[in-house]
Write a protein that binds this ligand. Structure first.
Ligand code: FAD
Length: 284
C-alpha cells in the first residue's frame, strides 16, 4: 500500500469520520450512545469558486436533513471561508444565513469555526449581525492577544462561545507563540466566561484545564459543555459524560481530509503524541 493511502486509511478511522454524510452520522450516533453530542463539520476551507460554495451549502443542508431524519444528537460547525468569505463577504453572509435558517427550523445548533487571524474581525461581525440568539455560537482562540476584548464584546451580546487554544499560525505581534502563554491566556479567558456568561463550551484536551473548569463550575453552576476532537482523548470524554457532564465531540468528514489531518499532526508537536493518537484503541 502506498504511504498516502496508508495514511488516509489510518487517519480516516481516527480523526475523520469518513467521506460521506452517512459516515459522520454513524460516528455521531456512536458518540450518542455514550450521551455525547456530535459537532459535525464538512471539511474544506479557503474556497475560491462560487460553484464550490454552492455545493458546500448543499452538503450542509443534507447534513441538517439527515441529523433531523435520523434523530441524531448533533450540532454543525462551519467555516465562513467555506461559504464565500474569500470571494465576496455578502456571499458568505447570504449562505451563512441560509444554513442558519434551515438548521434553526430543525432545532440544530450552528457553530462558526474560527480560522486564520486575518478573518477574526470579519467572522465576529458576521456572527453578531446574523447569528441566532441561543441557536448559534462562535469559536474564540486563546493564542490571539485580541481575544480578551473579543470575548468581552461577545459577552455583552450574550453570545455562546466555544473557547479553544487555536490551530493556526500568527505573527508574534498578535499571538502568543508558546504553549505556556497560550494556556495562561486560556485560563484568563475561561475565568472571564465563568464570571460573565451562562452558557459556553470549554473545547480542549488539556486535562488540567478541564479539571479547573469542573472546579469552577461547582462555584458558578454554569451551563458548560466540554468538547474534544474525534480521535483525541475520547475515552476521557466518555468518562466525563458518564459522570453527568455535558460533552460534545467535533466530527469532521469529507473528501478534503488532508489539510485537517496535517494540522492535527503538526500541533501534536511531539511525534509520539501523533503515533499514540493513531495507534491507541480506536474505539471510544
Ligand atoms: C471541539 C473543538 C473545536 C475546535 N475548533 C477550532 C476552531 O474553530 N479554530 C481553531 O483554530 N481551533 C479549533 N480547535 C483546535 C484547538 O485550537 C487546538 O488546536 C486543539 O484543541 C489542541 O489544543 P488543546 O486545547 O487540546 O491543548 P494542547 O496543549 O495542544 O494539548 C493538550 C493535550 O491534548 C492532547 N493532544 C492535543 N492535540 C493532539 C493531537 N493532535 N494528537 C494527539 N494528542 C493531542 C495531548 O495529550 C496534549 O498534551 C478545536 C478544538 C476542539 C476540541
Amino acid at each position: 500500500m502506498q504511504w498516502d493511502a496508508l495514511l488516509e486509511k489510518m487517519i480516516a478511522g481516527r480523526w475523520i469520520a469518513g467521506i460521506n454524510t452517512s459516515d459522520a452520522i454513524a460516528a455521531a450516533k456512536e458518540f450518542n450512545r455514550h450521551r455525547i453530542t456530535g459537532i459535525i463539520n464538512y471539511l474544506g476551507e479557503e474556497i475560491k469558486s462560487e460553484d464550490e460554495v454552492e455545493s458546500t451549502v448543499k452538503k450542509y443542508m443534507e447534513v441538517i436533513d439527515t441529523i433531523s431524519s435520523t434523530h441524531t444528537s448533533a450540532d454543525i460547525s462551519l467555516k465562513l471561508s467555506q461559504l464565500g468569505q474569500n470571494i465576496d463577504e455578502s456571499l458568505a453572509r447570504r449562505t451563512y444565513k441560509k444554513i442558519l435558517s434551515h438548521a434553526s427550523s430543525s432545532n440544530i445548533f450552528v457553530w462558526l469555526d474560527m480560522e486564520t487571524y486575518d478573518k477574526v474581525e470579519g467572522t465576529i461581525d458576521i456572527f453578531l449581525d446574523i447569528g441566532k440568539k441561543g441557536k448559534s455560537g462562535i469559536c474564540i482562540q486563546s493564542y490571539l492577544k485580541r481575544s480578551v476584548s473579543d470575548i468581552k464584546r461577545l459577552s455583552e451580546e450574550d453570545a455562546i462561545v466555544r473557547l479553544v487554544k487555536g490551530a493556526y499560525n500568527a505573527p508574534s505581534s498578535i499571538a502568543y507563540s508558546s504553549r505556556e502563554l497560550t494556556t495562561k491566556n486560556y485560563y484568563k479567558l475561561m475565568d472571564y466566561l465563568f464570571r460573565n456568561l451562562h452558557r459556553f463550551t470549554v473545547a480542549t484536551h488539556d486535562k488540567e484545564i478541564t479539571l479547573k473548569a469542573l472546579r469552577l463550575n461547582k462555584e458558578y453552576k454554569r451551563d458548560i459543555t466540554h468538547a474534544m476532537l474525534k480521535g483525541i482523548h475520547n475515552q476521557y470524554a466518555v468518562e466525563l459524560a458518564k459522570s453527568g457532564e455535558s460533552v460534545s465531540i467535533y466530527i469532521p468528514f469529507g473528501e478534503k481530509w488532508k489539510e485537517y489531518a496535517f494540522r492535527r499532526i503538526s500541533e501534536g508537536s511531539n511525534m509520539h503524541l501523533v503515533i499514540n493518537s493513531l495507534f491507541e484503541n480506536q474505539r471510544i
